[in-house]
Write a protein that binds this ligand. Structure first.
Ligand code: GLA
Length: 374
């Protein structure tokens, strides 16, 4: 309905007066392996990042919900009958509508959002916002929603209200993962298992500075291509296709469906191998192979990401590197020897910036909670 930019870093009390009735927090995530597999009923392996989104809420009388986003310095109002047009508020609106459809009596709310999850780079800032909103609502209304149900409602919010036909990886990761384990998820059964990372290893995430938006990128098109390939192969989802057993059938598909299906089936196989593999070098080789497949078969890389990934892979202390998230720009992830993490991040980034490109180290965040770079 309305949108105005108030001044920076206001607290809940500054904006609304008084205190919040409940708070919820949720992290962003970086996906280590298993890209574009979740909406094919496949396997993924994300890990939570240190950055989180915090949502504070209070029930109010009336119909109008107000959302104040501290980082964007924006205030937006909406009612159930009059949805917001601003993207960030759409995620919140979607969560509240989906909660209502679930039978929950959702009142009008004052909502304060503060987040240090980097936006628009493939680290699931939208899922963190959705999950934090639903956690705050759960606390406020004492709702019997478990973390999986919250992830499912959050995914519906994104699909039905933000226009992205996403899988469930991001919301499950934000709702169930932590920063010290990878979360193995079977996106069909929603079976999860926390996997220990090797001692002495750590995750590095670099932003290519190439902006991407899932709603406008080829994300929905890729998903449609996968679904078409599954239909032509006579299965419910590409998860049901085996790279070796069904090689001839995959090869018989027309392009680009052949390459899209090849990516998904080999990526699923890589995740299944990764959860069993005994050392980080083997894991890193699977990450490297994933990048090649995303670049050549799924065609979601860009030259800047290829450059960063190649540079990272050239460092002896890096086990493996790949683009992460949906692609079309955004970030890349590397698994490194932890003592070398900061040095490698700064070295690769400075060579990248020297070409006149924009980029940042996103994980680990620097001590002030800010990301490094420009
Ligand atoms: C986005 C979607 C996820 C997943 C990834 C690609 O992050 O939200 O569901 O499909 O892209 O792996």
């Amino acid at each position: 309905m309305t949108s105005q930019p108030p001044s920076k870093s206001k607290s809940f009390a500054d904006v609304f007066g008084g205190s919040a009735g409940a708070v919820g927090a949720a992290p962003g995530r970086v996906n280590l392996l298993g890209e574009h597999t979740d909406y094919n009923d496949g396997y993924v392996l994300p890990i939570a990042i240190p950055q989180q989104t915090h949502v504070a809420i209070r029930a109010i009388i009336g119909d109008t919900t107000t959302v104040y986003a501290a980082d964007l310095e924006r205030s937006v109002q909406f009612t159930f009958a009059s949805p917001p047009t601003e993207q960030f508020a759409t995620y919140i609106y979607g969560c509240l509508v989906e909660a209502r459809i679930e039978g929950i009596n959702v009142p009008a709310l004052d909502i304060h959002v503060a987040s240090d999850v980097p936006m628009g780079v493939g680290l699931s800032s939208s899922a963190a916002l959705e999950v934090a909103t639903l956690r705050a609502l759960r606390e406020l209304l004492d709702l019997p929603l478990d973390n999986v149900r919250i992830a499912q409602l959050a995914q519906r919010a994104e699909i039905n209200h933000a226009g992205v036909r996403c899988g469930i990886m991001d919301q499950m990761a934000s709702s169930l993962a932590d920063t010290t384990h990878a979360l193995f998820l079977d996106a069909r059964t929603l079976h999860v298992q926390l996997i220990d990372l090797w001692p002495g290893t750590a995750v590095l995430v670099l932003d290519s500075g190439v902006a991407r938006s899932l709603a406008t990128s080829g994300f929905n098109q890729r998903r449609a291509e996968c679904e078409q390939a599954a239909r032509m192969l006579g299965v419910a989802a590409l998860r049901d296709i085996d790279a070796d057993r069904d090689a001839a059938k995959i090869n018989a598909l027309p392009e680009p469906l052949r390459r899209r299906a090849r990516h998904v089936v080999t990526e699923n196989a890589r995740v299944l191998r990764a959860v069993k593999c005994g050392d980080p070098r083997e894991f890193g080789a699977l990450m490297n192979a994933s990048h090649v497949s995303l670049r050549d078969n799924f065609e979601v890389s860009v030259s800047q990401l290829d450059w960063l990934v190649t540079s990272l892979q050239a460092q002896p202390e890096v086990y493996g590197a790949r683009l992460t998230g949906a692609g079309f720009g955004g970030a890349c992830v590397a698994l490194c020897e932890s003592p070398a993490l900061t040095r490698i991040g700064e070295m690769v980034l400075s060579a990248y910036l020297a070409q006149g490109l924009r980029g940042r180290v996103l994980v680990p965040p620097d001590r002030a909670g800010q990301v490094l770079g420009c």
